[in-house]
Design a protein around this ligand. Structure first.
Ligand SMILES: Cc1cc2nc3c(=O)[nH]c(=O)nc-3n(C[C@H](O)[C@H](O)[C@H](O)COP(=O)(O)OP(=O)(O)OC[C@H]3O[C@@H](n4cnc5c(N)ncnc54)[C@H](O)[C@@H]3O)c2cc1C
Length: 264
């Protein structure tokens, strides 16, 4: 690990000021991705700005038709939350499937979506539910937030403060997981609401994506059979020691049908 200055500011204004003061400064949330990156000397930040001492970034609020989850809310808190379990049970289940207990007790929703790992679970939920990412500068619709592999619409000095997730009529997340890390080889989040059906896929490609053909078919008939003949092309999908692109394309169909069944 290279040397860096460590800060633990108590206001979001101070975080923004510190982040703006040096181009090489970085935010740390749960540290579950960033700290190993530092240990391997794959990053050399001048300053680490810890968000842990800002209480307003943490917690889950029931806002009527949606839930607002603070960026520093940990996966274990989302998994255990009675309001999440009652209103978006698929999200509580998803949070409980992330990594292992150590990861769930440190990792945060804000860190996960800002990092936008191609195999992470939360991006599928945020995109599948049609959520909105709240930052220190603006509100970004999920459709515009996840822009590429480990890339988001965030500017360098922009901080995620919360995520707003509309409550669906029904939703389900099905993941074919890597048995070692538990990251998604393929994960599919399906949500049905008054405005239609959304299908979001993680793990299969370089970035989370929607499947419009499945969404249209499910809007007509919300049954696993409605999408049984839809095969997504394997072109551009991830291929590695865990699964080929062709296998991932196949898994998208399987997980999507299971998720529709899971919506009850
Ligand atoms: C062994 C292991 C297994 C895992 N398994 C899974 C899994 O199965 N599924 C899954 O989805 N994830 C998995 N993860 C990832 C984990 O769940 C964390 O969500 C992820 O590491 C990032 O969250 P964090 O809070 O630790 O962020 P950090 O590591 O602290 O930060 C990650 C990045 O996001 C930036 N950042 C953090 N917070 C903000 C913010 N509020 N605004 C702007 N930028 C910010 C940081 O600067 C950094 O670049 C695993 C991790 C490990 C180590």
């Amino acid at each position: 690990m290279y040397e860096f200055n460590y800060h633990q500011p108590t206001s979001i204004e101070d975080v923004a000021r510190l982040l703006g003061a040096d181009e090489e400064a970085k935010i740390v949330a749960g540290g579950m991705t960033l700290v190993p990156t530092l240990k391997f000397r794959l990053a050399k930040p001048s300053d680490l700005i810890d968000l842990a001492a800002i209480p307003s970034l943490r917690g889950i609020t029931d806002a009527g038709d949606s839930l607002v989850i603070g960026a520093m809310t940990r996966h274990a808190e989302v998994h255990r939350s009675p309001v999440v379990r009652q209103t978006i049970p698929a999200l509580a289940a998803l949070a409980g499937m992330i990594g292992d207990p150590a990861v769930r007790n440190r990792g945060t929703i804000g860190g996960s979506i800002s990092n936008n790992d191609p195999a992470a679970d939360y991006p599928a939920a945020v995109l599948g539910l049609g959520g909105t990412v709240q930052t220190t500068k603006r509100q970004i619709a999920a459709d515009n937030f996840f822009t590429g592999m480990f890339e988001t619409a965030l500017e360098r000095t922009e901080i995620v403060t919360a995520v707003r997730l509309p409550k669906p009529q029904a939703a389900s997340y099905m993941k074919f997981k890597n048995p070692a890390s538990r990251y998604a080889i393929v994960g599919v989040f399906v949500a049905r609401s008054e405005s239609g059906v959304r299908v979001a896929v993680t793990g299969a490609g370089p970035c989370v994506f929607r499947v419009p053909e499945m969404e249209a078919a499910l809007a007509r008939s919300f049954t696993p059979d409605a999408i049984k003949d839809i095969m997504i092309p394997d072109t551009g999908l991830n291929s590695d020691i865990h699964a080929s692109a062709e296998y991932r394309a196949h898994l998208v169909g399987v997980m999507a049908r299971r998720a529709v069944t899971g919506c009850g």
